[in-house]
Design a protein around this ligand. Structure first.
Ligand SMILES: Nc1nc2c(c(=O)[nH]1)N[C@H]1C(S)=C(S)[C@@H](COP(=O)(O)OP(=O)(O)OC[C@H]3O[C@@H](n4cnc5c(=O)[nH]c(N)nc54)[C@H](O)[C@@H]3O)O[C@H]1N2
Ligand SMILES: Nc1nc2c(c(=O)[nH]1)N[C@H]1C(S)=C(S)[C@@H](COP(=O)(O)OP(=O)(O)OC[C@H]3O[C@@H](n4cnc5c(=O)[nH]c(N)nc54)[C@H](O)[C@@H]3O)O[C@H]1N2
Ligand code: SF4
Ligand SMILES: [Mo]
Length: 694
């Protein structure tokens, strides 16, 4: 008979609640967890392909140690004992010579990172990093500078919105299941949607207005919108008076940026910009400007993103249905939170090697900036980094310029990869510690913030098929072997769950019925008359003293981005609803219907180069070349070409994905050193390729 296991999906970093059906020890069905009203039984295509991952034999199956040069592709299978021995003896050596701070770790962040952070703390290293320098750091730091809150410090109530404004936020393809459901409910209820993207991604088809903006000019458009909103007094005056500082100076800064001027830059007609401003003025406060992520990838993205956060404030959309709201924590519901696994481990006094939080006060120390860690590995300044744990992260795919990365990584004494798949970084590692898939492992508990906060847990549905281990087993075993067992005394996952719940009245059994515990029956809203923001002034700050302290201006004049020469294009990239970055490209099901990527090119631009739809072209950036088929379309701006991320895999063990399509990151030559000095993100969109018929 089939039984149900309530758990958490692991096919992407969204981690939706799921129900897994198990029959005769095998997973027979996966769907959304119907106990969760926002989720229902919905699941995305990637989530459904979880079964295919579980039963795939082209994934990591046992520990391995390299048996040749780094990157030679030669491996020997070892036992877990041998693998742990190898890693711990190298680490002991490194710690003796250089201290624990010489060890770094990068992962994909998220709620389960708490255990990895505790592990690093136990070793005495401040050098925990995550992927975010390639994802949302600019938006995060922009949000902090305006509201004092990070990028997840406010959430969006799409389903009750009047107007949703998306800057390259391709919400229906690059989605989170609950968020896209809320968005579609909003659309069905009549919300207007303005979608702004040089490429008409699928979200454009749900929009009431689509603007094909010239790539890299969003800041100009935003300045012009701000100009009209303040000049014509279209903002929420009561809200601004009560909660916003710096409006007078702000008004004088945006005065010069008229819609007519912005039209020249962006290609968007001035009268359309004015009409849009009138619309949002009558739709406010239920107007949401979403900062997205692509405003995180240009040299001026920090400023563009700040402008979005400011426009939200001008709409007065905070803590109001149809606008932005504070995701509530257990504390808001009168409960204590989960205890962090690092709570009883002494604080690390060493400073981060990348300078975040001290040399660069404006950057959060938490996950730091990984690109700066590459500089540290390269130069040994301010101190040597000798070992690197790469966990649920694939830098050779996710960071730009893999060849330059390999040159730097080769200076390390030890590279350990903890993954479920043959990642690109797998190919350059010394030791592989294979993790059991999310369907075969338990994970620590997590906090679910929202209008109804709670806790949830991932439980294994089936026993591991291969010789793999759960993350909690790997970190506990390593800590114990390194003499830090007092901080990792766990013998079972239940020990960990009990420790996490120790400040609450909850019991493990409370999670059995639904897979989660909700701590509030009704949505919690704060009193909108008593809001307080964690900035120095307690208000929303248009001019930030914190930025000042680091000599970073709160506003910079707009600079027009580089125009490509004839035959040259800005290289844009993104996702599809069927793939998670590069980790699903080799999935048995997904690879069948999305086996390769192609290059989107504008119809007129293609005509000028004599390129036809479906033809193969060669692309080239600073000596990196590759061949790819072209999709000729009006749905992309003439200055840009676009390809899906995650293809062009180089590991032969992945037979379905090996050498299929091209890898966008390979064409980002030199970008490891090109990043936004104000916001911290790598400028992944600042790369150009030459295109010629092959
Ligand atoms: N199915 C699926 N969903 C996902 C993910 C996944 O891998 N697969 N990943 C998740 C993650 S980690 C993230 S960060 C998000 C990403 O979510 P999004 O950022 O919404 O999605 P992307 O597909 O990266 O692409 C966004 C769009 O930005 C556009 N763009 C490029 N340059 C500009 C510009 O100058 N201005 C404007 N306005 N737009 C521009 C691109 O053309 C592209 O269509 O998706 C999340 N959801
Ligand atoms: N050129 C280019 N670079 C990009 C992007 C782009 O579009 N183009 N997108 C950027 C964005 S938005 C992001 S968020 C990052 C994402 O970068 P990453 O976080 O590196 O990407 P993912 O594919 O989500 O996952 C990384 C690894 O986690 C592994 N993994 C999956 N499940 C598990 C598990 O259960 N346990 C373990 N141990 N490992 C697991 C996968 O096999 C994969 O190797 O990349 C960024 N970099
Ligand atoms: S969005 Fe899809 S793949 Fe990602 S966690 Fe949710 S169901 Fe799984
Ligand atoms: Mo991301």
């Amino acid at each position: 008979m089939a039984s149900s296991v309530y758990s958490i999906c692991g096919m992407c970093a969204v981690r939706c609640p799921i129900r897994v059906e198990v029959e005769d020890g095998k997973v027979s069905w996966i769907e959304g967890n119907p106990n969760d009203a926002g989720m229902g039984t919905s699941l995305c295509a990637k989530g459904i392909a979880g079964r295919a991952l579980l039963y795939d034999d082209e994934r990591l199956q046992y520990p391995m140690i390299r048996d040749g040069e780094r990157g030679s592709g030669k491996w020997k299978r070892v036992s877990w004992d041998e693998a742990f021995d190898y890693v711990t003896s190298k680490l002991k050596d490194i710690m003796q010579k250089h201290g624990g701070k010489a060890i770094m770790l990068s992962d994909r962040g998220g709620p389960f990172a708490d255990m990895r952070k505790a592990f690093m703390k136990a070793l005495g290293s401040p050098n925990y990093c995550n992927h975010d320098c390639t994802c949302g750091r600019n938006t995060h730091h922009a949000s902090k500078s305006v509201y004092g809150l990070g990028r997840t410090g406010l959430a969006y109530d799409f389903k009750n919105a009047n107007h949703i404004v998306l800057f390259g936020r391709n919400i229906v393809e690059s989605f989170k299941v609950k968020e896209v459901k809320s968005f579609m409910q909003g659309v069905k209820k009549g919300a207007k949607v303005t979608y702004i993207d040089p490429r008409a991604a699928l979200t454009a088809s749900k929009a009431t207005r689509y603007w094909q903006i010239r790539p890299g000019t969003d800041y100009a458009l935003l300045l012009a919108i701000a100009n009209v909103i303040v000049k014509d007094g279209l903002y929420d005056k009561d809200f601004v008076k009560k909660y916003v500082t710096g409006i007078t100076k702000f008004k004088s800064f945006v005065k010069q940026y008229t819609p007519k001027w912005a039209e020249q830059e962006t290609g968007i007609p001035a009268d359309e910009i004015v009409a849009f401003c009138k619309e949002i003025a009558s739709d406010k406060p239920k107007v949401i400007f979403h900062p997205g992520w692509h405003l995180s990838r240009y040299n001026d993205s920090f400023y563009a993103s700040r402008m979005i956060h400011i426009l939200n404030a001008l709409m007065g959309n905070i803590e109001v249905p149809g606008g932005q709201f504070y995701p509530k924590t257990p504390k808001d519901a009168g409960y204590k939170g989960l205890k962090s696994l690092g709570a009883d481990i002494p604080k690390v006094e060493e400073k981060r090697a990348d300078g975040c939080g001290w040399k660069y006060k404006r950057f959060d120390g938490g996950p730091g900036l990984l690109q700066l860690m590459y500089d540290v590995i390269d130069t040994g300044d301010p101190y040597p980094i000798k070992a690197y744990f790469v966990v649920r992260h694939d830098p050779l795919l996710a960071m730009p310029d893999p060849e330059e990365q390999k040159r730097i990584l080769n200076k390390l004494d030890l590279i350990v990869v903890v993954d479920v798949n043959y990642s690109e970084t797998f190919g350059f590692a010394d030791v592989i510690l294979p993790e059991s898939t999310y369907l075969e492992r338990d994970t620590m508990m997590r906090t679910d913030k929202g209008l109804k906060p709670g806790f949830s847990v991932r439980k294994k549905a089936v026993e591991p098929i291969y010789d793999t281990k759960a993350g909690w087993e790997i970190w506990t075993e390593l800590a114990q072997r390194l003499g830090k067992g007092n901080y990792f005394p766990y013998k079972s996952i239940e020990d960990i769950w009990r420790y996490q719940l120790s400040d609450t009245d909850l019991k493990l059994q409370d999670f059995n019925e639904k897979g989660f515990v909700q701590l509030a029956k009704e949505p919690i809203w704060y009193d909108r008359n008593k809001l307080k923001f964690p900035t120095p002034s307690g208000k929303i700050e248009l001019f930030s003293k914190r930025l000042d302290e680091d000599d970073i201006p709160s506003f910079i004049p707009y600079e027009s981005p580089k125009k490509p020469e004839k035959g040259e294009f800005r290289l844009l990239f993104g996702r599809t609803g069927y793939q998670t970055h590069g980790q699903t490209t080799n999935n048995p099901i997904i690879s069948e219907f999305m086996g390769t990527n192609c290059l989107w090119m504008n119809t007129q631009a293609a005509k000028e180069l004599g390129i036809k739809d479906g033809q193969e072209v060669e692309i080239n950036n600073k000596g990196v070349t590759g061949k790819i088929k072209v999709r000729v379309t009006d749905y992309i701006h003439p200055e840009a070409v676009f390809m899906l991320h995650g293809y062009g895999r180089t590991i032969p063990f992945q037979t379905r994905a090996y050498k299929k399509g091209l890898a966008d990151q390979a064409f980002m030559k030199g970008l490891l050193k090109v990043w936004d000095k104000a916001g911290g993100s790598i400028s992944l969109c600042e790369s150009f390729v030459k295109v010629t018929p092959a």
